[in-house]
Design a protein around this ligand. Structure first.
Ligand code: GLN
Ligand code: ZN
Length: 762
């Protein structure tokens, strides 16, 4: 067996899932955290997964297999550890694994590193913390060790590292760093560390190393682009190093492309799915003729089968332009599930549409052969692929009644009457006190509820039994809230596994998978539904639960729905029509539900949009169009009710600055937001920007600490500095499903006491 590649990069993927086809790494890691298994048991599982990945990718026919794509938690954290960027509070920890998990999860006296979204994906990374005195130096040898380990399995890998400039752009100043310090100030010393790491990899026999610079797919300043030039001029001048492949993804490189092409790096990986415009005029980019270019034509972000003819044509545009062209995925396959073959229960016509990570590898291999051996060599495979696509095209994804209803609904159906008129109507109709108290929707999900749902799913209990058990839980939660004295109640969401999956399971146009897990962060995985066809609501979804809950109380019970943007954000969404069109279909399906809730006597309806900020495009120029359809689809959902019906929305994540205009555009009567961690700072923007009801969360539901009544009174008093008591609501800052029952009751009791105090003094 030969384990050296030809001098080219050869068809490849930029990265691969690492949690294990059956979430083996999640289970092993959580067992280790819980003290149920040893570090060596965890290492054994990890080594097995790495080996399977390397040999599996090699045997699938990839010309080059990426290395260092494994991670115990997060690849940005791994990079921080590789370059010695360890915050002082973790410096005392000597064991590598303990330190890694301490940085990720915190330990007594040393809070975890901050976690945030990896560009516009649902993956979350740990934010590196840097200061002028951070002792940057080659530290963990993970990339090197895994390179050697792969060699022992006869696979010559191309180690992948987060590139130095993206690493710095994703970092934040450590606490105590001097004013004015920016992580990018450390570029010089950091690049020297990378030079050392590259030398070690070269010595070990690495032919290529991949440095990921996805930060350059977003808008960047001239200074940042200059930093990119400086970094790669210096790295490519290193005396001892493997060939360098710089990979960018999630968009086009734009102005960074000629800069990278002018440096001495040997290869560039382009995202030709999200950043196809990089091809325009690429033939006149100085230096491109000396580069090997990886054409990222197989979408790494989505689960749809590739249009092979189109992909081949796209990649072929680089032939004769670059020194050598290879096929790749647009980005790492980290963002898609492992293997479609594991799904036994998907309808055949949906299977025809799909390709998961393993299938995408086959597509890359086939396209690589088509490119190098000529299309005739793979004619049969291309014919099969084309026939499947034609089947998909023929089996209509269209629902004509949805389409004609959408066409018929003109602009006046998207909005409601004037906000102040509604506020007055609602004050009279609902008669709520000032500073009303409420919660965000879910109540603690007890082990019994989870068991009941599983039993129902597997058929061990029938519909009637299941409905009875859920009703008992709803009745219990209603009684609990009445006892606490909350003004606006919720049914508690016991019937929902997940706020998006639940609606996906009950709407037409979606499929859900059994094993389609993708990593969200650390050991946390999600199973995004697949939105493949026109969306509609075959029958009411939440109405019976809400009506039942309302029948038990004279207090108002809020109806509880997930909004169109959030449903799209947490699903794999069809890419054969604009996202806005799909969002409006979801909005229309929800509108039916909202209208039915109102008709069944529900006076307050909440439509959650926690992901509104999350889907914001990376490029400024794309943002307004996104915000327009986001707002439209929400207004479509809620636009069918009377002025006296009160519409709430809920948003999480504390950075709202860029979307205040859109939040105002949603035109909800009441907006509840996460605010506790920022001590009500969000109100400075939202108070004037969203001139209706506001419920800034007064305590953090992610913390196990029970807030006292004094503390909550302070928070409400602080909020009143920004908005009047007729607009203020008192609520926690998100749903309570992950909390325990006792702490929840205590916290809400304090919340009610605090709201009463504040009412008395205003
Ligand atoms: N209504 C949902 C809940 O309370 C909202 C969750 C969220 O904002 N992520 O669980
Ligand atoms: Zn929330």
């Amino acid at each position: 067996m030969t384990i050296t590649s030809e001098s080219g990069t050869a068809s490849t993927v930029l990265g691969y899932p690492r949690i294990g086809p059956d979430r083996e790494l999640k289970r092993a890691t959580e067992a280790f955290w819980a003290g149920r298994s040893s570090a060596s048991a965890l290492h054994e599982v990890a080594a097995g997964l790495r080996r399977e990945t390397w040999t599996g990718l090699r045997d699938a026919g990839l010309g080059q297999v990426p290395g260092n794509t494994f991670s115990f938690y997060d690849h940005v954290l791994d990079t921080a550890l590789a370059v010695g960027a360890v915050p002082a509070r973790f410096a005392g920890e000597t064991d590598h694994l303990e330190r890694l998990f301490a940085m990720a999860r915190g330990r007594p006296g040393a809070p975890a590193c901050e976690m945030t979204k990896w560009f516009d994906t649902n993956y979350h990374y740990l934010v590196p913390e840097l200061a002028p005195d951070t002792p940057l130096a080659p530290s963990s040898r993970k990339a090197l060790e895994e390179f050697r380990e792969a060699l022992r399995s006869d696979v010559l890998t191309r180690p992948v590292l987060v590139g130095p400039v993206t690493f710095l752009l994703l970092s934040k100043p450590a606490e105590g760093a001097p004013d004015g310090f920016r992580p990018l100030d450390l570029l010089g010393p950091l690049v020297e560390v990378y030079r050392d790491l590259l030398a070690e990899l070269a010595d070990a026999g690495a032919e290529w190393v991949q440095l990921d610079e996805p930060a350059f797919a977003a808008d960047r300043t001239e200074e940042e682009i200059a930093a990119l030039r400086k970094a790669y001029d210096r790295l490519s001048a290193a005396p001892r190093r493997p060939k360098l492949l710089v990979a960018s993804y999630f968009g086009e490189l734009g102005p960074a492309l000629p800069v990278l092409a002018s440096t001495g790096v040997e290869g560039l990986a382009l995202d030709l799915v999200a950043g196809r415009s990089d091809l325009d005029g690429i033939e006149s980019v100085e230096g491109i003729g000396r580069k090997q270019v990886l054409a990222g034509v197989v979408d790494g972000r989505n689960v749809w089968r590739t249009d092979m003819d189109d992909a081949l044509a796209t990649a072929s545009r680089l032939v004769g332009v670059a020194a050598r062209v290879e096929i790749s995925t647009s980005c790492s396959l980290l963002h898609v599930p492992y293997d479609l073959a594991a799904e036994q229960n998907l309808p055949a016509d949906v299977v025809d549409m799909l390709a998961f990570a393993r299938q995408k590898v086959d597509e890359v291999v086939l396209l690589g052969r088509a490119l190098h051996e000529g299309r005739a060599a793979v004619a049969a495979e291309f014919d099969t692929a084309r026939a499947t696509r034609e089947r998909v095209a023929a089996a209509s994804r269209r629902n004509e009644s949805v389409r004609s209803r959408l066409t018929a609904l003109g602009a006046d159906h998207y909005g409601r009457g004037a906000g102040d008129v509604r506020a007055k109507a609602q004050r009279e109709a609902l008669g709520l006190p000032d500073v009303p108290t409420t919660t965000i929707g879910s109540f603690p999900q007890t082990p019994e509820i989870r068991k009941d749902r599983a039993a129902h799913r597997s058929g061990r209990i029938d519909d009637a039994e299941y409905t009875g058990r859920m009703r008992r839980e709803i009745a219990r939660v209603i009684e609990l809230q009445e006892g606490i004295g909350l003004d606006v109640l919720v049914h508690g969401e016991p019937e929902r596994n997940d706020m998006v999956q639940y609606f996906a399971e009950n709407l037409d146009g979606f499929a859900t998978t059994e094993f389609g897990w993708v990593q969200s962060y650390g050991s946390r995985c999600v199973r995004p539904p697949i939105l493949h066809s026109d969306v509609s609501r075959p029958e009411p979804i939440t109405v019976e639960w809400a009506r039942y809950a309302q029948s038990l109380s004279t207090a108002y019970v809020k109806g509880m729905l997930t909004g169109p943007v959030t449903i799209l954000a947490w699903s794999f969404v069809r890419d054969d029509q604009p996202l806005g069109d799909t969002a409006r279909q979801v909005g229309l399906a929800l509108r039916d539900e909202v209208v039915d809730l109102e008709a069944s006597g529900i006076r307050i309806i909440q439509v959650d949009e926690p992901a509104l900020r999350e889907l914001l495009p990376l490029h400024e120029r794309d943002r307004q169009a996104y915000l327009d359809w986001a707002v439209d689809s929400f207004r479509m959902a809620v636009g069918g009710v009377a002025d006296t019906t009160q519409i709430h929305t809920h948003l999480c994540y504390s950075e709202f600055g860029e979307v205040v205009g859109a939040i105002d555009g949603l035109d909800a009567d009441v907006t509840t937001v996460e605010a506790a961690r920022s001590r009500m700072e969000v109100l400075a923007d939202l108070g004037p920007g969203v001139p209706r009801g506001l419920g800034p969360g007064v305590y953090d539901v992610h913390s196990p600490e029970v807030p006292g009544a004094d503390q909550l009174t302070d928070q409400l008093t602080e909020a009143l500095r920004h908005i009047g008591s007729e607009r203020l609501w008192a609520n926690p800052d998100c749903g309570l499903k992950t909390r325990g029952e006792t702490e929840t009751v205590e916290a809400l009791t304090h919340l009610v006491a605090a709201a009463r105090r504040v009412r008395e003094t205003t």
